[in-house]
Design a protein around this ligand. Structure first.
Ligand SMILES: [Zn+2]
Ligand SMILES: [Zn+2]
Length: 381
């Protein structure tokens, strides 16, 4: 089920102030309150939706997270949780190796007057790597379209030689007061949008924004042992701040391409290897390629059954930021021969005549043992 946009739920704009949101919430909550709509299931659902939206948007930090990532910011890896564009697994969201993902989300002071300076937005970059790359680690070259501080005006947004001046409407405070009856209401200055200053003569390079968009190349070191869903935070590599504000951070979201032969579970790798019936019966050996680039030899003892696992110590994945290495488990699956020739068929039938109970201790007499057990149960009651 796709969730409705929280702003849409409250019927407010994305730039709504706390007060606007509160009043919208109150109105809707009154309308859909279960006490006023007894037995109306739809109203109940709506009421819950309104509550959830308001709880998120009224919390500055949660609102900033929601603005950036939508509902996915709060999905704990649950079914249907991830929003579009969010491929990563969020189950380890909080225990991320790079702590405090939203730690500075609230600090930018969005919408507040901060002397015109605004922290740049955080950015997200999705990077898909192979299991081999996760094994070895790699240096990834990322091409990132990003806005950087405008060189022409040094980020001020004003034409070189001129300067932004204090907003005449609010006198540089970024907020204005209006009196309505008994109340004096403070709101964001409509002239400067809270910045406190205005630019008469904007810089031609950036149109007054103080930033320009460029593509830049960033080399990022992906450490060996990273897992699917790992996030790497590069402080200060996000969007440039507005008018001299600090830059945001860049988050790299790693996902691992599935490997055709190896399945990964933490540091351990698993691989299923089919062996012939003859190898399983007589014993033998085979070598498997490993991610280290060298082959590993697996010795199959005589009489090996299907499903048997062989552990190759230290042939798994490296553990992130440690010297530990996982193991590689090889599970053999005995392949029953198919499309037999007449001669093969005769040989197998001849072989079968030579067989005794000892050759097939599991299958011979299985059904009579089964039946005896069932009959025994019946007799005991
Ligand atoms: Zn400029
Ligand atoms: Zn102003």
């Amino acid at each position: 089920m796709s969730k409705r946009d929280y702003y849409e739920v409250l019927g407010v704009s994305r730039t709504a102030t706390e007060a606007e949101m509160k009043s919208a919430f109150r109105k809707l909550a009154m309308q859909y309150h279960p006490d006023r709509n007894p037995g109306d299931h739809e109203a109940e659902v709506k009421f819950k939706e309104i509550n959830e939206a308001y709880q998120t948007l009224s919390d500055g930090q949660k609102r900033a997270a929601y603005d950036r990532f939508g509902h996915a910011a709060f999905a704990n890896g649950g079914p249907g949780g991830g929003g579009p564009g969010f491929g990563g697994d969020f189950s380890d969201f909080m225990s991320d190796i790079f702590e405090n993902f939203f730690g500075d989300a609230g600090r930018g002071g969005r919408g507040r007057s901060t002397g015109g300076r605004e922290r740049g937005a955080d950015m997200r970059y999705n990077l898909e790597i192979s299991l081999d790359e996760a094994y070895n680690g790699k240096t990834a070259e990322l091409k990132i379209p990003t806005s950087i501080t405008c060189e022409a005006c040094s980020g001020s947004g004003a034409k070189p030689g001129s300067k932004p001046k204090a907003c005449p409407t609010c006198g540089g405070a970024g907020r204005v007061r209006a009196t309505q009856g008994f109340f004096s209401i403070e709101r964001t200055c409509p002239n400067c949008h809270g910045r406190g200053e205005v630019i008469d003569d904007p810089c031609v390079q950036c149109g007054g924004a103080g930033r320009v968009t460029r593509e830049r190349t960033l080399s990022v070191n992906i450490p060996a042992g990273v897992e699917d869903g790992t996030r790497i935070r590069l402080a200060g590599e996000g969007e440039a701040g507005l008018r001299g504000g600090p830059p945001g951070d860049l988050y790299i979201f790693l996902s691992l391409k599935p490997h055709p032969f190896f399945q990964r579970d933490g540091a351990d790798l698993f691989c299923r290897v089919p062996i012939s019936m003859v190898t399983a019966a007589l014993g033998g050996e085979f070598s498997v390629p490993t991610l280290s680039g060298t082959d590993a030899l697996v010795k199959v003892p005589e009489g090996t059954q299907t499903g048997k696992q062989f552990r190759l110590k230290g042939k798994g994945m490296p553990v992130l930021r440690s010297r530990d290495v996982g193991d590689l488990y090889i599970q053999v699956v005995v392949e029953t021969p198919q499309k037999l020739t007449k001669r093969q068929r005769e040989l197998l039938m001849e072989f079968d005549q030579e067989c005794s109970k000892e050759n097939h201790p599991e299958s011979s007499g299985f059904f009579s043992r089964f039946r005896e057990f069932i009959d025994g149960l019946g007799g005991s009651t």
